[in-house]
Design a binder for this molecule. Structure first.
Ligand code: CFM
Length: 477
C-alpha cells in the first residue's frame, strides 16, 4: 500500500492514513488519503480554525465593511489579518470613492470579553460595541459580526443581536456563526461564510448597470493583487467582472451576484458552495477555472472566451502575455532546472502549481502537502504528482523535519508559520499563501513567483550558514 508511516509518527500510527507516496501502479482513486478530519491528538498541526476560515479568507478581503469580532481580545488581534495581504482600491462600483484606502487591512473591532461577560452573557456588550463602532466608522456599508469559541460556547445569539442592530442602524448587520470549534479546520469557516452570504445577501440588491458579458469571479481574494492581474485580462477580452467573491469587492457586489451571466470559480476549495447555490436558485451557470501557470491560464481564458463567443479576444490576450514573459521564463528555467521543491499550501495551490512548476521551470516536485484539503483535492494532487512524491495531509512539525531530511527539498513553498522553521533547517522558503513579491497568478504572476524562488535559492546567505555538530554529552541543561 502506498501509505507511509514516518519514523516520527511511531506513537501516532493513525497518521499513516494521511500520508501517501505516489505509485502509478495503484488504480486511480484506489487509495483514499484520510483528510478533512479532526487533527489527531499529539500531532502538532499547522492548521487554522473555522473563524479564521470565514474572517481571514472569505470576508476579510471586502473593502467597505467593518468587522466586529465577539471574543476575548486574542481572536480579535489575530483576526486582524496581519499575515494576510489582500489590498483593496477605494473605487466603488457606482463611481464614488470609499474614504479609506485598504480599510480592510487597517481596522477591526472586538468586544474584549472578560469573565463576567462569560458568566452573565455578552449580548448587551456586543450591542454596545456595534453602536460605538458604527459611530466611529459611519461610512461603512455593512457590519459583519463573528462568533468565536467563547461566544459559541456561552450561546450568545448573534443573529438576534444583528437583526436588532440592523433595524436600529439602517444598514446590513450580518452574523457569521463559525466559532473556531465548528469544524476540523478553516475549511468549515469557508463553508459557513458561503452559506451566510448566499442566504442573507445574494439577491438583496441590484447592480448600478449590467452588460451581456458580466461574470462573478468567485474564490479570488486578490492576494497581493492577483485579482487585478485577472481583471486586466478580462477587460482586454471585453468581459466585465460584475462581482468578486471577495477580493477588492464591496458589500453591494455580494448582494447582486445573482445578476451575472456566468460564475467562474477560482479557488474551488473555499467557494464552490456559493457558485452552486447561485446556480440552483438563480440559474447562473458556473465554470471551475485555474489561472496558475501559463498553460492553465491560457486554457481557462479560452474556455471563458468560448462561453461568450470571444475566442479571438482570448487568443489575442494569451499571445500578447506569453510573448511578454517568455524570455524571463526561459532564464528562470535555466537556473531552476532540476531543483527539488516541496509545495505546502492550504490545499488547492498545491495541485494548481505542481504541474506548471515542473513544466515551465523544470523543477523536481518531491513533496506536496495541504492543511485542510478534501478528498477531491488530494485526488488531484495524486494525479498530478510523479511516482515517489510524498503527499501529506495536515503535516505536523516533526514530520516536516523528517521530510526535509529524507526528500532534501532545495526550497519549500509554504506559509509564514513554517517559513522560519525551514530557514533554521537551512532550507529557503517562499510564502505561497500571501506571496513575497506577488501577484503570482496569470502569466506575469508566474514569472514573479519564479523570480522569488530563484532569488531565495540563490541568496548567498545560505552559504554563510554553519551548523555545529553536537558532541556526545554536550548539553545546555
Ligand atoms: Fe483557496 Fe486561497 Fe487556497 Fe484558501 Fe488559505 Fe490562501 Fe491557501 Mo493560505 S482561499 S484554499 S484558506 S486558494 S489563505 S488565498 S493560500 S491556505 S491554498
Amino acid at each position: 500500500m502506498p501509505f507511509c508511516l514516518l519514523d516520527v509518527d511511531k506513537d501516532i500510527p493513525e497518521r499513516e492514513q494521511h500520508i501517501y507516496i505516489k505509485d502509478s501502479k495503484e488504480p486511480k482513486g484506489h487509495c483514499k488519503q484520510r483528510c478533512n478530519t479532526n487533527t489527531i491528538p499529539g500531532s502538532m498541526t499547522e492548521r487554522g480554525c473555522a473563524f479564521a476560515g470565514v474572517k481571514g479568507v472569505i470576508t476579510g478581503a471586502i473593502k467597505d465593511v467593518l468587522h466586529v469580532v465577539h471574543s476575548p481580545v486574542g481572536c480579535t488581534a489575530y483576526g486582524n489579518g496581519t499575515t494576510k495581504r489582500y489590498p483593496t482600491r477605494p473605487e466603488m462600483p457606482d463611481g464614488s470613492v470609499f474614504p479609506v484606502e485598504n480599510f480592510n487591512l487597517k481596522h477591526i473591532v472586538g468586544t474584549d470579553l472578560t469573565e463576567s461577560d462569560v458568566v452573565f452573557g455578552g449580548m448587551n456588550k456586543l450591542k454596545k460595541v456595534i453602536r460605538e463602532a458604527s459611530k466611529e466608522f459611519p461610512f461603512v456599508n455593512a457590519i459583519y459580526v463573528y462568533a468565536t469559541c467563547t461566544t459559541g460556547l456561552i450561546g450568545d445569539d448573534l443573529d438576534a443581536v444583528c437583526k436588532e442592530m440592523q433595524a436600529e442602524l439602517g444598514k446590513d448587520v450580518v452574523a457569521f456563526n463559525a466559532p473556531g470549534f465548528a469544524g476540523p479546520t478553516q475549511s468549515k469557516g469557508h463553508h459557513v461564510g458561503n452559506y451566510t452570504i448566499f442566504e442573507k445577501l445574494v439577491g438583496t440588491k441590484e447592480p448600478p448597470k449590467t452588460t451581456d458579458y458580466d461574470i462573478n469571479l468567485i474564490g479570488e481574494y486578490n492576494i497581493d493583487g492577483d485579482y487585478w492581474v485577472l481583471e486586466k485580462y478580462f477587460e482586454d477580452m471585453g468581459i466585465n467582472v460584475l462581482s468578486k467573491f471577495t477580493g477588492d469587492a464591496t458589500h453591494g457586489e455580494l448582494c447582486w451576484m445573482h445578476k451575472a451571466k456566468l460564475s467562474l470559480v477560482r479557488c474551488q476549495r473555499s467557494a464552490t458552495y456559493v457558485a452552486k447555490l447561485i446556480e440552483e436558485k438563480y440559474g447562473v451557470p458556473y465554470l471551475k477555472v485555474d489561472f496558475f501557470g501559463p498553460e492553465y491560464c491560457a486554457e481557462n481564458l479560452r474556455a471563458v472566451g468560448k462561453y461568450f463567443g470571444k475566442e479571438i479576444e482570448a487568443e489575442a490576450v494569451i499571445k500578447k502575455e506569453m510573448e511578454k514573459i517568455q524570455p524571463e521564463l526561459d532564464f528562470y528555467k535555466s537556473k531552476l532546472q532540476g531543483k527539488k521543491i516541496w509545495i505546502s499550501a492550504g490545499g488547492p495551490k498545491s495541485w494548481h502549481l505542481s504541474k506548471p512548476i515542473e513544466q515551465y521551470l523544470g523543477m523536481d516536485v518531491v513533496a506536496l502537502s495541504g492543511l485542510f484539503e478534501h478528498e477531491d483535492g488530494y485526488e488531484k494532487m495524486q494525479e498530478r504528482a510523479k511516482d515517489g512524491t510524498i503527499i501529506i495531509d495536515d503535516p505536523n512539525t516533526l514530520e516536516m523535519e523528517e521530510v526535509v531530511e529524507k526528500y532534501q527539498p532545495e526550497i519549500v513553498l509554504g506559509g509564514i508559520k513554517e517559513k522560519y522553521f525551514f530557514h533554521k533547517l537551512g532550507v529557503p522558503s517562499v510564502m505561497i499563501h500571501s506571496y513575497e513579491n506577488g501577484p503570482y497568478i496569470g502569466f506575469e504572476g508566474f514569472v514573479n513567483m519564479a523570480r522569488d524562488i530563484y532569488t531565495a535559492i540563490y541568496n548567498p546567505a545560505w552559504k554563510l550558514m554553519e551548523f555545529e555538530e553536537e558532541e556526545p554529552g554536550d548539553s545546555n541543561e
